[in-house]
Design a protein around this ligand. Structure first.
Ligand code: B12
Ligand code: SF4
Ligand code: SF4
Length: 236
């Protein structure tokens, strides 16, 4: 047990404490995956297989204000600032709760989307991004806390997948270069468009037209600043 857990009298890691520690950063637990014997389980820092992971993520632009403030500080520069910030704020929370931390952009990639499907019952949209019944396409994962013990959590309420009820599929007809089809996302077709004047004036400023076209979770759409930040990262 870590000192912090002993100081707070916690014998086991508790989800409500994790909620409290993530909140100042605009981050939330996004469900728990409890592994069974048949799962490929990520290895903890001490080499043991994890018994469970708590996904840590954002809902809409929930972390943007905290991240933007951090970028104004001396620590906030460098390449991949969002990954650097995520590590700076989530690693101490992992330490406080005795967890091994994983990040979505660190190879070998951990199966964040597969974990999310199990943890919250979300399913893939035609874009490949997971569709949340409430937040639509406007949510993401910033880390995962892996534990040697099972973390107690209420089972997620699985709601119907909005894409199943979507008759017109505007996401599939909105990309100006047809990079998103039922067969998947053609990354190179997308990137080749983003460097053209039309791409620079369109998706690079307003965000992915296909993602914007989805009617679900519009209230959670990212701010103009955040959309541009993510598009700049996608263009690289
Ligand atoms: C490499 C990568 C990319 C690459 C290539 C993506 C691609 N489509 O080929 C690039 C750089 C292009 C990219 C772009 C984007 N990405 Co990306 N990307 C990743 C990353 C780091 C690894 C993906 C991977 O290979 N995982 C390894 C496999 C083993 O994991 P897995 O969970 O088992 O993967 C399963 C699912 O991905 C699923 N799946 C994937 N696509 C589809 C499509 C369909 C139709 C179905 C049914 C299933 C499915 O099948 C996989 C096998 O089980 C993940 C983070 C991560 N660790 O997963 C983010 C991640 C998938 N990306 C994410 C996002 C948001 C984006 C962007 C929208 C970013 C932006 N600009 O705003 C774009 C556009 C993506 C798009 N339209 O597909 C988010 C998705 C969040 C969500 N709501 O689901 C992730 C989870 C990162 C995060 N921090 O949250 N990405
Ligand atoms: S437009 Fe329709 S099919 Fe496309 S992601 Fe949104 S709900 Fe799903
Ligand atoms: S960013 Fe633009 S070009 Fe790329 S997939 Fe989205 S709509 Fe298509």
């Amino acid at each position: 047990m870590t000192d912090d857990r002993m100081d707070r009298g916690d014998a086991r890691p508790r989800l409500d404490r994790i909620v409290e520690d993530l909140a100042p950063h605009g981050l939330f637990p996004r469900g728990v995956v409890v592994f069974d014997e048949s799962d490929a389980r990520p290895a903890l820092a001490d080499g043991r297989p994890a018994a469970s992971v708590v996904l840590v993520g954002a809902i809409g632009g929930s972390f943007w204000a905290a991240f933007a403030a951090w970028r104004q500080t001396a620590a906030g520069g460098g390449g991949d600032p969002l990954d650097t910030w995520s590590k700076a704020v989530i690693t101490p929370v992992a330490g406080q709760h005795g967890a091994t931390v994983f990040f979505p952009s660190d190879p070998p990639y951990q199966p964040f989307q597969r974990w999310a499907m199990r943890a919250e019952g979300v399913q893939a949209s035609p874009l490949g991004i997971l569709m949340h019944p409430q937040y639509g396409l406007w949510h993401s994962y910033r880390g995962a806390l892996a534990f040697p013990e099972v973390i107690e959590a209420q089972a997620a309420e699985v709601e119907p997948h909005p894409c199943d009820a979507c008759r017109t599929h505007p996401c599939l007809s909105s990309c100006p270069v047809g990079a998103i089809t039922e067969r998947g996302f053609a990354v190179q077709t997308c990137r080749s468009h983003l460097v053209t004047p039309a791409g620079q004036a369109g998706c690079m400023v307003d965000g992915c037209a296909a993602r914007n076209a989805c009617p679900v979770g519009k209230a959670y759409r990212y701010s103009a600043d955040q959309l541009r930040f993510h598009m700049a990262a996608l263009k690289l």
